[in-house]
Design a protein around this ligand. Structure first.
Ligand SMILES: Cc1ncc(COP(=O)(O)O)c(C=O)c1O
Length: 374
């Protein structure tokens, strides 16, 4: 019995390595690179991506949760790993036992890490998170020195650095980002004046890695650029990035509709002429956004075919009247390159009123992946 998948989500690990090396080149000597592989490596596959980057020279990995950190340890990945969401107190023992480094912003977690470190006879490693303007996780700037003071007597916690996150580094106007850097630097200097070394302090995401070397500090934490998309679309970033994810399918049915026929739920598209329609086995259950209804395009034989009507749960319809020699089973590209044209994560994101990050997470987690360029 032959079981085939009508959707093929392909992850090109050679492109991932290429992007990593492009980014690596931008760092000053001594600055480490933490590859952000959280959220299943932005949908690209946590373990294969982490293994590939570890083999290409990444010094650190960043995951979201304890669960992701443990998954990497179980696969034998022994690089330093940072849990970017931090942990809750009950997770402290498992984190320390597995040598997972923790983003710290809660006093009860500090207490729990201290106890876990003592019980296990090893130091818990932490990065103190400060909110310099993201308005998300982290202590407020005024709380950094008191927090560090409160850790003075915790012999079983090693604070490796300060960490913060940038809110607007992808924008052309860097004023806000420079204010965040300034706040970060002021706190770092004040903490160092009090004797904290904080050798691994970090704030730079992909955008800051590429455009703002003054923000690299001890380590940079790129995510999206590793996966081949620029931090923001619509302008040149001066770095050669290759898309890592592609998605293809095939024509399930070809049919010809007369003028005046409606297509898909709600009848939102009516044919104006004879219309050759290809029905494709992809829908929103595959992470393909419903907002692409009557908006998105796919590539068939190197030509663009527009989506007609609403995206369904498992199916979409595209018009192929202008494409010669169509047949059932014809390969179709939903994301990626075909015949010199390319649909990028940013193209799909623009149609779906979102960002490439969300496209990759949605497609990647909803479809079986295959890996090439291993
Ligand atoms: C804490 C943290 N650091 C770094 C990154 C990487 O950001 P980017 O994907 O924009 O490079 C993220 C991503 O959201 C993040 O949450």
């Amino acid at each position: 019995m032959m079981v085939t998948s009508l959707m093929e989500l392909t992850i090109d690990l050679a492109a991932l390595r290429h992007n990593f090396l492009q980014l690596r080149q931008r760092l000053s000597p001594g600055v480490k690179l933490l590859a952000v592989v959280k959220a299943d490596a932005y949908g690209h596959g946590l373990v294969p991506v982490a293994r590939t980057l570890a083999g290409t020279g990444a010094e650190y990995l960043g995951v979201a949760s304890l669960e992701e950190g443990l998954a990497l340890r179980q696969e034998g990945i022994d690089l330093p790993i940072v849990l970017l969401l931090g942990i809750v107190p009950q997770e402290s023992r498992a984190a320390v036992a597995a040598d997972l480094e923790v983003i710290l912003y809660r006093h009860d977690v500090a207490q729990a890490l201290e106890e876990a470190g003592r019980a296990l006879g090893k130091k818990a490693r932490a990065h103190l998170k400060v909110d310099t303007g993201m308005g998300r996780l982290g202590v407020n700037p005024s709380e950094v020195l008191p927090f560090l003071d409160s850790l003075q007597n915790f012999a079983n916690i090693e604070v490796l650095g300060l960490i913060s996150h940038l809110a607007m580094a992808d924008m052309v106007d860097k004023t806000y980002t420079h204010q965040q850097f300034q706040e970060f630097l002021t706190l770092l200097t004040a903490a160092r004046d009090r004797g904290w070394e904080l050798p691994l302090s970090h704030i730079a995401n992909s955008a800051a890695l590429i455009e703002l070397p003054e923000g690299h500090f001890g380590m940079a934490r790129p995510g999206i650029a590793l996966y081949g998309s620029p931090p923001a679309p619509g302008r040149s970033w001066g770095v050669d990035l290759k898309p890592v994810m592609s998605l293809t399918t095939q024509v399930l049915q070809l049919k010809r509709l007369p003028p005046g026929r409606r297509i898909s739920y709600g009848g939102t598209y009516t044919t104006t002429d004879w219309c050759d329609l290809a029905v494709l086995p992809v829908g929103y259950c595959n992470g393909y956004p419903r907002l692409l209804s009557n908006r998105g395009e796919v590539l068939v034989k190197g030509q663009r075919a527009p989506i007609r009507g609403r995206v369904c749960m498992n199916l979409i319809m595209v018009e192929v009247s202008h494409i010669e020699g169509m047949r059932e089973g014809q390969p179709v590209t939903l994301l990626g390159e075909d015949g010199g044209d390319r649909l990028t994560g940013d193209d799909l994101a623009a149609w779906a009123e979102t960002i490439s990050y969300e496209i990759y997470c949605s497609l990647g987690t909803a479809n079986p992946r295959s890996f090439v360029g291993v």
